[in-house]
Design a protein around this ligand. Sequence first.
Ligand SMILES: Cc1cc2nc3c(=O)[nH]c(=O)nc-3n(C[C@H](O)[C@H](O)[C@H](O)COP(=O)(O)OP(=O)(O)OC[C@H]3O[C@@H](n4cnc5c(N)ncnc54)[C@H](O)[C@@H]3O)c2cc1C
Length: 401
Amino acid sequence: MQEPIDVLIVGGGLVGLTLVNALRGSRLSVRLIDGQSPPQLSARAAGSCQGHALVAGVSPRVSAINLASEALLKRIGAWPAPAAQQCAYNQMSVWDSRGTASIQFDADLAVADHLGTIIENDQLTQALFDRGLSVDEAQIDYDHGVEAIERIDGGYRVSLVGGESISCKLLVGADGGASTVRALTQVKTLEWSYQQAALVTTIETQAPHQGVARQCFTSVGALAFLPLANPRHCSVVWSTATTAELLALDDRQLCQRLTQSSEAVLGEVLAVDQRFSFPLRQRHALRYIQPGLALIGDAAHTIHPLAGQGANLGFADAQALAMVLQQCRFNGLQPGDMTLLRSYEQARHPTNLLMAAVMEGIKRVFDTDDPGVNWLRNLGLSLLNQQSTLKGMVAKLAAGA
Ligand SMILES: Cc1cc2nc3c(=O)[nH]c(=O)nc-3n(C[C@H](O)[C@H](O)[C@H](O)COP(=O)(O)OP(=O)(O)OC[C@H]3O[C@@H](n4cnc5c(N)ncnc54)[C@H](O)[C@@H]3O)c2cc1C
């Protein structure tokens, strides 16, 4: 029988890979496994445009990375080298298409030179993976899916597809929203479908974005234009109940729909890239921990993407868990000890729950067409826009400060 390793992380997405990197120097034996192939950036087609069809050369999944996450990723040496596809934004502009109110957040409100960076998920994952390979304590194995999980004395035994089994003192579920670890360890969640899907694509616009992240609350859902490295390219995330209908439009029709729905904020939408759709669910694990078990990232919580915070919360989870695990070598506790794990849960559960509640509140307030709520919503936005102290607090919350 093999000796149990200290920490087994299931899931090598953004959050699991961040944890590996944050455990550098911990002197714990760490292994990360993931069911998919290892990250590898594929060669990109050079940007081109034919009529209304755009080939932007940008991977469709991008994330708004806040200042706290950027600082963490830089500290662990996993911030991608300045490359073509990242864009720091210094202003956020939010408005309601069913009223006249709008609100702007500038970087100086968060006492910073920018509010965040839009970056391709692929680039981030690759940088985290490359850096993770140099963590002495860790072994990283892709193409290793989990099949079964069994509680054993002092930890867990995880059986992999293909027959291998690994015993560990702490099992970390970083395996995303549909977490197998969470399901097989019977952690209960509170969850519901938003009855919406996010349409994701890249567009070319008539006017340059000027480094501003824009979000319009339309009658069918939140429409975000996130600035990319090319000053006329934006990543679009449109969360609606009518995504299937939008997917069926031809390129010209979708460009028109995006121009109308964004109130031509960047002039006409001239061209649109390939489209993708992601169903949206709200999900929160009632507990993030059990003896010998911790959940992080989307395995613990998934929220609506309207404020671009999901990955940012996951990075903060990885950082908090790494901090308590780094203490093992000083206090002699085992990595699966509940005293340690409780510190992790106490650091993250209330903050994540608050963010989930705020997202839920915003979504509900903007979902309704009730004239009374509409009036109050616009009044609230206008008032908030005049309140620099409150606006500063919101800007700092979004920046993760
Ligand atoms: C449309 C959209 C836009 C978003 N925009 C933003 C944004 O701007 N900013 C932001 O902060 N967040 C954003 N998010 C949220 C963000 O994408 C997620 O929170 C984040 O990617 C979660 O990372 P993760 O590592 O926890 O999970 P995942 O990225 O889901 O990774 C899980 C990993 O686990 C592996 N895995 C799964 N099951 C198994 C198994 N059984 N065995 C082994 N391995 C397994 C998978 O292969 C995968 O690699 C957005 C989400 C959506 C849907």
